[in-house]
Design a protein around this ligand. Structure first.
Ligand code: GDP
Length: 320
């Protein structure tokens, strides 16, 4: 797969807004952005002040245009919140932190959507404007909304759950509203069909990968794909690096470990990278027909991001 020192392959990643973007920081040090297609979760999308916000896609746009705030891992670096403050003065709800710079993206996307662009086309146009050469494609152009059912049987939006309630409330069920009817984008399906390699970076299996797999076309394309599918566990020793993955897995009756992750992805997964601390789970994961690689799976530092990217790209034969 190597030509004149430069690998010539198509790599497709499925991404939420935090874990896979961290891995991408390592991948970008080793490969050209042009080789990458990232299918983004849109289950977290919501409307604020009349503007569609697409948190996972937006983080990918900021990452590939080198603007991502690498401390928070969302939004633009050196952000300010003057507009939000002003909205507060006008007694508007301000629990969702829309930054001044971030607004430019939402305003542009809104203009494009209002003039008839699909979400895929609008994101593509924004990527062209920002000189992004990776392909960032939404899982669907249609509304699919991840909602959480609380103990009072009220359905909360994902943003209400994570931002307003800071993930601190019990959840009885998670729904991917609209997923039965929504069609996956042809760009996402083609990216899976044409990939030499498919990578699921570490992601919350319920709120980031779940909405994508809820689209039957995406799940079936993964099952049918002849490309090697490799994932990184988002859990180490039964703990998440960030976010509510463990809490949600337990509340929904799944095993909160790398074995639980393997079980969720076993229909299409070839290789799972798990923490060396979890090596005792290897045999049970291998029994599901999944190869296991034990490694350091922390992606905090640049060195860790590059090292894990190297392990993955070597395993799938893209670098040697
Ligand atoms: P969201 O879209 O922001 O909710 O986040 P994602 O689904 O993209 O990523 C969240 C998941 O990434 C969590 O389950 C974390 O445990 C995992 N994660 C975050 N940082 C790391 C890391 O350094 N290493 C690994 N392996 N997983 C991580």
């Amino acid at each position: 797969m190597e030509m004149e020192g430069k690998p010539q392959v198509s790599i497709t990643l499925l991404s939420g807004g935090t874990g896979t973007p961290k891995l991408l920081l390592g991948v970008r040090e080793l490969l050209d952005d042009k080789m990458l297609t990232i299918i983004g979760n849109t289950g977290d999308d919501d409307i604020f002040f009349g503007l569609l916000v697409s948190p996972d896609i937006d983080s990918l746009i900021y990452l590939f245009s080198n603007q991502l705030d690498l401390e928070k891992f969302w939004g633009v670096e050196d952000e300010t919140y003057n507009t939000l403050q002003q909205l507060g003065l006008m007694k508007e709800p301000t629990w969702f932190h829309l930054g001044d710079k971030d607004l430019a993206l939402h305003l542009t996307r809104n203009r494009l959507l209002s003039s008839g662009y699909t979400l895929t086309e609008a994101i593509n146009e924004i990527c062209i404007k920002l000189e992004i050469t990776a392909k960032i494609v939404p899982m669907t152009d249609e509304p699919v909304k991840t909602t959480m059912l609380n103990e009072k049987n009220e359905r909360l939006s994902f943003q209400e759950y994570t931002v307003k309630f800071r993930e601190q409330i019990p959840v009885k069920a998670v729904h991917y509203e609209g997923s039965e009817k929504a069609k996956a984008t042809k760009e996402a399906i083609n990216a899976i069909k044409n990939a030499n390699v498919i990578i699921l970076g570490p992601s919350n299996p319920i709120t980031s990968v779940g909405p994508m797999l809820a689209l039957s076309e995406i799940k079936n394309a993964l099952i049918k794909s002849k490309a090697k599918v490799i994932a990184v566990s988002p859990l180490d020793s039964g703990k998440a690096f960030s976010g509510p993955a463990v809490r949600l897995l337990k509340e929904l009756g799944y095993e909160a470990s790398s074995l639980g992750i393997a079980n969720l992805y076993k229909d299409f997964l070839d290789v799972l990278v798990i923490s060396s601390n979890d090596s005792k789970l290897s045999e049970s994961i291998q029994d599901l027909g999944i190869k296991v690689i034990c490694s350091n799976i922390s992606l905090k530092t640049k060195t860790e991001q590059i090292n894990l990217a190297k392990i993955i790209l070597k395993e799938v034969g893209i670098i040697f």
